[in-house]
Design a protein. Sequence first.
Length: 228
Amino acid sequence: MRIRLVVVGPKYQMNVGYVARVSANFGIENIVFVKPRADIHGKKAVMFSKHGHMLLENARVVGSLDEALGGCRLAVGTTGIWRSGKRLNEHEYTLEEAGRLFAGAGYRNSTIGLILGRDDKGLSREELEQCDILLHIPADRKYPVLNISHALAIILYSLSMKGERGYGRVDADKAGGAELKVLRDAFSRSLKGKKVRNRRAVNNIFGKMLRRAELNKSEVHAMITAFK
């Protein structure tokens, strides 16, 4: 399993640096920032990243969460609030449950997008809806929301205990992000002119199905042809 760390809208250079440092501690090699508000190459960011500064130098900056997740089989969001009554997502996992899921053979050669929300207000409802599963770290009820770098350290440590450290060979025939985007676009165009109650929700669900399906190139091309 390979982990792509996706950091959405970080506000503080210190947190950017700490996230890079923790990522280096656990062997993460791929960080993508979505519309960062802090300068990810700023003096404080580099200072607090320590030996993880190369991750900041090689990080990509993109304009949307969808773009950041291109090519990921699964989008894994994080939330500091456990909504046991009204669930935002039907796939809410504890760290133990997620560890068992990722340890399965089906994810061995896959890229997982691990998403950290903003350091001041987390992920929006719309962004949470784009996630295939949500992870929650139980903390004291009086103050349940962790700093993003602290949450990342706990999550990566939990996964490392299951033998998953972000490494794994990728199947050369596996469909990449560009091919999956063409398929999603073809599916979205096929909905035009049809009576669809919530087109955005339908497109999001189709995208989640694609990330979980682990399709090969020939399967994707066949589906593109069908939708066209």
